[in-house]
Unconditional design. Sequence first.
Length: 174
Amino acid sequence: MKKLAVIAVLILFLVNTIGCFIAFRFNQYRTQQEMVARIRCGTFQEDIVILKILHPECESQFHRIKDSEFSYFGRMYDLVAERKKGDTTLFYCLRDTREDELLADYSRFLRRNGNSSHKDNPMLALLYNLFTQALLQQPSPSIQGQGITFHFPTAKQIIIPVYLVHFAPPPKTA
């Protein structure tokens, strides 16, 4: 029974520590799958973006995340088709604004929690938060000072006891 309690507390601790990261990864996976489904269904014709990039492998602002997804100047794109013409590559893609918002919210969360040195790698950010916020916390200093004194008014109520003047005899049994 004690082992079960220890495991439950450990699970609660881990969910508290890495729950935000798990929720972020789940939401990221869900938005990626929605874009893949949108591309497969063909409901993207009006939103297609064509990017013409000279030597994308040498471009510092171009980062391929997966075969079907890349980042260009900090914006996320889902790849529909790719055509190579000499030194340039034409990318027929969709702008993934929902994933951009998700990444921006997560990086804002990491900055708000005091983690600015590991913003590129979420696993390093997770470990940093685990060690600095959960394991290496300093005890809070004791509160010093006079404190607050409360003065409650005294209640002046006269309580009159109620007595029965005449006692009735007990009932007779038949």
